[in-house]
Design a protein around this ligand. Structure first.
Ligand SMILES: Nc1nc2c(c(=O)[nH]1)N[C@H]1C(S)=C(S)[C@@H](COP(=O)(O)O)O[C@H]1N2
Ligand SMILES: [Mo]
Length: 458
């Protein structure tokens, strides 16, 4: 085995260029009074605008639609700089935030959230069993009845006479009667790996200090959002689609941000997004969005709104706290006033081992792990069993598949007793390789660096 070439220098986790351009256009439209931003302060939007080319020319903006609906006194931009928290406690609800059992040998607890332990995935297949799947709740799981559930589509992006109430409803059975599709996809929190910004890089970041367990891969079954939008009467003027959850309003730092909602550009909504009602062959479990959730393949988990109750289809661009002050990159390495909203996930790798796993010296082992990316399938994984000095290619057990992970393995005969770090470094079909260091951001999103996994040879 030989030392491989040094990995490429660290670079910012850059959002998709199309999304950057789209975001700028939307912000300029807001400035011209052509966009709605309920629940987002003018100040927060102006801060974002300052980063765009057109932003500087505009001293005295007057967003036509801000009054009445959205203009609450949020100091959201300031909060963004300080970093909002992925780990805030539930603002509402006295019961347990998560319904399913969370045995400590399977999960690490973080407030209203639960992270899957990687050692618990050893021996599981491509799909993460529902019982083991991580849970990320802004507040608490609402226990909903599919029989009472309705999905309401509404807004200026649906066809209808002016002044007419443009709204269409679907019941659960109506949705299930539409053509079904099945697809394997991960849901991964934008903050997955956040804890390593601190542990490996000494950065202070806000939010839940996830290790690498805020990801799961499932086989989702549901209907294409595109089919539902077309049935609802999509107008040629629609630009944004904003699903909203039925869970409680999210209160962060004393401010009520409203119910979880985040606009999707129409192009993505029409591409590969599902309204999922089954997960791994079972009705969607309560904690994962029962009866129906949005599933946005390859994008950050926040896009996959659980317990979806309504979808605004808008002819105007939309903003929410979840694509303005949250889920953008802030900090010195990023545009002065924040990146475009996060979309695709980064490349990561994890060993199916507990931290501090012990291996007998001189005994042949097989190390197992998985790698994944939001930009394509995994084409190559290299592993180092000596702290990064030497690298060997791992054997890939799954073919390269966008939106999923690839399992891999590598034989290892541990040498002399003592502590050692295991490292895995993946490359995806878009040519992205995990760097040694992730470019930090205040809220600790999109970690992508190689993780140094501590084990002991005994
Ligand atoms: N309604 C609603 N949808 C939501 C959330 C939430 O708190 N409420 N959390 C989001 C986030 S941040 C993530 S990472 C994923 C987590 O999905 P899971 O809990 O099924 O793993 O759901 C997303 N959808
Ligand atoms: Mo998340």
């Amino acid at each position: 085995m030989s030392a491989s070439a040094p990995p490429p220098p660290p670079r910012a986790a850059v959002p998709h260029p199309d999304e950057t351009a789209y975001d700028r256009r939307r912000l300029r439209q807001w400035l011209a009074g052509e966009a709605r931003a309920d629940g987002v302060s003018r100040r927060a939007l102006l801060t974002l605008l300052a980063a765009t080319a057109g932003g500087t020319a505009l001293a005295s903006p007057s967003p036509a639609r801000a009054a009445g609906t959205g203009e609450r006194a949020h100091s959201a931009a300031g909060r963004a700089a300080a970093g909002d928290s992925d780990g805030d406690r539930a603002g509402a609800g006295a019961g347990a935030p998560i319904v399913k059992p969370l045995p400590p040998e399977w999960f690490l607890r973080h407030g209203t959230n639960a992270e899957t332990r990687w050692e618990a995935l050893r021996g599981t297949g491509l799909h993460t069993p529902n019982e083991l799947f991580f849970v990320r709740n802004h507040t608490a799981t609402p226990v909903l009845d599919a029989g009472d559930w309705r999905l309401r589509l509404w807004g200026s992006g649906l066809r209808g006479a002016p002044g007419e109430d443009r709204a269409v409803e679907f019941g659960y059975e109506e949705l299930r009667a539409l053509p079904a599709v099945t697809r394997t996809a991960f849901v991964e929190c934008a903050g997955n790996g956040r804890g390593y910004y601190t542990d490996q890089q000494g950065e202070t970041v806000s939010g839940t200090p996830w290790k690498l367990g805020a990801i799961g891969v499932a086989r989702w079954r549901g209907v294409r959002l595109a089919d539902v939008l077309h049935r609802a009467g999509l107008s040629p003027y629609a630009v944004d689609v904003q699903p909203r959850g039925l869970d409680a309003e999210y209160v962060s730092g004393g401010e009520d941000l409203g119910r979880v909602r985040r606009p999707l550009p129409l192009a993505k909504a029409l591409d590969d997004v599902l309204l999922a009602y089954e997960m791994n062959g079972e009705p969607l479990p309560h904690d994962h969005g029962h009866p129906v959730r949005v599933l946005v393949p390859s994008w950050v988990g926040i896009a996959s709104v659980k317990w979806v109750g309504d979808i605004e289809v808008s002819a105007q661009p939309l903003f929410s706290p979840w694509n303005t002050t949250l889920y953008r990159l802030f900090g010195p390495a990023h545009p002065a006033d924040g990146s475009a909203p996060l979309t695709r996930q980064t490349v990561k790798s994890a060993f199916e081992l507990p931290d501090g796993a012990a291996f007998p010296a001189g005994q042949r082992q097989v190390l197992h792990g998985r790698s994944w990316s939001g930009a394509g399938g995994i084409t190559r994984v290299e592993v180092s069993t000596d702290g990064g000095a030497n690298w060997r290619p791992a054997r890939l057990h799954d073919s390269s598949r966008a939106g999923s992970w690839a399992r891999w393995s590598l034989p290892w005969k541990p040498g002399a007793p003592g502590p050692v770090h295991l490292l895995a470094r993946a490359t995806d079909s878009a040519g992205r390789t995990q760097p040694d260091t992730a470019v930090p951001n205040t809220q600790g999103y999109l970690f992508d660096a190689v993780v140094r996994h501590p084990v002991t040879v005994v």
